[in-house]
Design a protein around this ligand. Structure first.
Ligand SMILES: Nc1ncnc2c1ncn2[C@@H]1O[C@H](COP(=O)(O)OP(=O)(O)O)[C@@H](O)[C@H]1O
Ligand SMILES: [Mg+2]
Length: 286
């Protein structure tokens, strides 16, 4: 008897995106009557950096992700928007395998990283994640915080590399300070540097400006701006709609554990097609 995860195989998706979800789909007959709209920005034929197919996740009886399909191209910035509880954080955690998925598949460069029993150390090194709470160790300087994981996990002294990261993100003057000597925005930038010190191939950001005072949000968003310009592949759960509109290559609106509508930010924000998307945007863009 096939197990629950055997319905979708890596080989179904690694052949580029020639399958039914690939490329930009024409919207047949307008949006009327459809309950999802998928305008992914992948060109047919290019292999995605990250692919999700049929990803499902429940906590007890609570179905949190009910069939997520998503392709992210190398260098693409995808923003996840949606009401609280719609599954954004769970989706990010399922991508880098902080949560095991119940069904479906997550492919990184075509490799199934959701396979049960896989060594997750390398996966978490390849896909960095930064959360709303930056959780720096208070008894260590910013630099020591950043050096910890590379030293423990990669067994590498990356002091020079870390110093370069501090310089690159405008924090060279602060790297020997302790977290309580830094503003929230500076601490969050240190948390981003800490993730980058693992040399990830892609990054996930979960509402990383949500806990910050408004005047500190900009400096953290600037780091993301810079990373995007440098070509980092990124997925952000964000409620910074202005930022998503300005910088995302694609915006995915989540509701009830599915991506109900996705497309270029211009279209999603100025001409959302589904009632659920319109309603959400009306509630946040006041
Ligand atoms: N570890 C967990 N255990 C039980 N329920 C969880 C857990 N993580 C998330 N959930 C539930 O999953 C749903 C989606 O949450 P979440 O992914 O955090 O959404 P969002 O980030 O969009 O606010 C919520 O109903 C939440 O209570
Ligand atoms: Mg969340």
């Amino acid at each position: 008897m096939p197990g629950p995860r055997e319905g979708i195989h890596a080989s179904d998706v690694v052949e580029g995106n020639a399958g039914p979800r690939g490329g930009v789909k024409a919207l047949p007959g307008g949006a009327a009557g459809r309950d999802t709209i998928d305008q992914s920005s992948q060109d047919a034929g290019t292999t995605a950096k990250l692919s999700l197919r049929g990803v499902r996740k429940s906590f007890g009886d609570n179905i949190v992700l009910s069939g997520i399909d998503l392709d992210v191209a190398a260098g693409e910035m995808v923003c996840l928007i949606g009401a609280s509880g719609s599954g954004k954080s769970t989706l990010l955690r399922c991508i880098n395998q902080l949560e095991p998925i119940d069904d479906g598949v997550v492919l990184l460069d075509g490799q199934d990283i959701s396979e049960p029993g896989l060594d997750l150390g390398p996966v978490r090194q390849r896909i960095g994640i930064v959360f709303q709470s930056y959780n720096l160790f208070p008894h260590m300087s910013a630099l020591q915080n950043v050096l910890l994981a590379p030293r423990r996990v990669l067994r590498r002294d990356s002091t020079a590399e870390a110093e370069a990261l501090f310089a690159r993100f405008g924090l060279a003057a602060h790297m020997h300070k302790y977290p309580d000597q830094l503003s929230g925005g500076q601490q969050q930038r240190v948390a981003v540097i800490r993730a980058l010190a693992m040399r990830p191939e892609m990054m996930l950001f979960d509402e990383i400006t949500a806990a910050l005072d408004p005047e500190l949000v900009g400096e953290v968003l600037n780091v993301l701006r810079q990373l995007r310009a440098e070509g980092m592949t990124m997925i952000l759960a964000t409620h910074e709609m202005g930022f998503a509109r300005e910088l995302a290559d694609r915006v995915c609106f989540m509701d009830g554990g599915v991506i109900v509508e996705q497309g270029p930010p211009e279209r999603i924000f100025s001409a959302p097609e589904l009632a659920r998307t319109k309603e959400f945007l009306r509630s946040v863009l006041r």
